[in-house]
Design a protein around this ligand. Structure first.
Ligand SMILES: Nc1ncnc2c1ncn2[C@@H]1O[C@H](COP(=O)(O)OP(=O)(O)OP(=O)(O)O)[C@@H](O)[C@H]1O
Ligand SMILES: [Mg+2]
Length: 333
């Protein structure tokens, strides 16, 4: 996909017949003279879990906030849950559960008190808190102050608070950052179970295994959406080839291959070296020549999602970077 080109329209998966729950087009958001969301078009079908990936500062949180009406986009249009993102933002907020990137509950209130507070904000029946505590397995800790919870329990409280009002759409912004693998597995099982009953989820993450658990993924690179589709589609469209080198002195092999024709990435993985590139023939020639010279073995490997994202990052430039000639604050001119 060339810069500026938008991803192909979705052939939606789970709720193909229904109109998309998220349907936004050409969203633009600027902060000062920096465009941090640049013509983003995205659709998420009902019951779909859609992953949102991209490097730090690439615009995921800003896009999510534009979708749920917490920020007003400078350009673009769209509907979320059938409501216009500009004129009906309050309706979107009411029917959406938004889990913020940073824990945003009262640390000096207990789990139960935090949920009671949220329940009152939404005008929910008192039983909603008890039901949610039970439903999310929080009952045993209901009287513990939120500030004393470990990361995994905080995440469970945050999820409980954003699903208590039974939203149709969940916007989850890095919900599992810093959470252990078992708690992440439980979290994803919970999300999949709810999606199977019709809940729609847009979830940002930096974890590759989580990306692979999504029905679809969207990759944003410094404001621009550069890939969208199933994991298999994104892998295929990247057009990368991977070779795995195994043997002794891999550090020397890596140094030898750096900058060789066809070689775009070299990464050590345990006792092997993954060598990745777009130009398959040139890459293969370089890798086979190195294998001969250093007496190491080479075999074709599977390209991973991480390889694809590293490639995207290498091809992008940071839209927030200061121009090279501009002196930095606090540095001598
Ligand atoms: N209120 C703001 N004012 C000015 N710049 C902002 C503001 N909010 C975000 N930005 C900038 O917009 C860009 C996108 O930020 P955003 O938080 O959306 O990225 P992100 O993809 O969510 O990153 P991360 O993975 O680190 O959470 C960043 O360069 C950030 O510094
Ligand atoms: Mg963010």
């Amino acid at each position: 996909m060339t810069p500026g080109e938008q991803p192909a329209p979705l052939s939606a998966t789970p709720g193909a017949a229904a109109p998309p729950v998220i349907d936004v087009r050409n969203l633009v958001k600027r902060f000062g003279d920096k465009t941090v969301v640049d013509q983003v078009t995205m659709q998420v079908a009902k019951g779909e879990i859609s992953g949102f990936l991209g490097p730090n500062g690439s615009g995921k949180t800003t896009t999510i906030r534009c979708m749920c009406g917490l920020l007003s986009a400078d350009e673009g249009e769209g509907r979320v849950l059938g409501y216009d993102i500009r004129s009906e933002a309050w309706k979107i907020k009411r029917e959406t559960g938004y889990m913020t990137q940073r824990f945003s509950f009262y640390e000096d209130l207990s789990i139960r008190e935090n949920l009671q507070f949220v329940a009152r904000l939404y005008g929910l029946e008192a039983c909603a808190v008890a039901d949610t505590l039970e439903d999310l397995g929080l009952s045993s800790r209901r009287n513990q102050l939120a500030g004393t919870l470990s990361g995994g329990w905080k995440q469970r409280l945050a999820l409980a608070a954003c699903i208590m009002h039974k939203p149709e759409l969940l916007l989850l912004d890095e919900p599992t950052a810093g959470v252990d693998p078992k708690a992440r597995r439980d979290f994803w099982d919970e999300i999949h179970a709810r999606a199977a009953s019709g809940l729609t989820v847009l979830v940002s993450t930096h974890y590759m295994d989580e990306a692979e658990r999504c029905h679809r993924i969207n990759y944003i690179s410094y404001g621009r959406l550069v890939a969208s589709g199933t994991v298999a589609q994104v892998l295929a469209s990247a057009g990368l080839t991977t070779f795995i080198v195994e043997g002794g002195r891999l550090d020397r092999v890596a140094r030898h291959l750096a900058g060789a024709p066809g070689v775009d990435q070299i990464a050590p993985f345990g006792m092997t070296l993954h060598v990745v590139g777009r130009e398959k023939q040139a890459l293969e020639r370089s890798v086979r020549a190195a294998a001969k010279e250093f007496s190491v073995s080479v075999e074709k490997g599977e390209t991973s999602l991480e390889d694809v994202f590293i490639q995207f990052m290498a091809e992008a430039s940071d839209n927030m970077a200061e121009p090279a000639s501009t002196p930095q604050k606090g540095t001598a001119a």
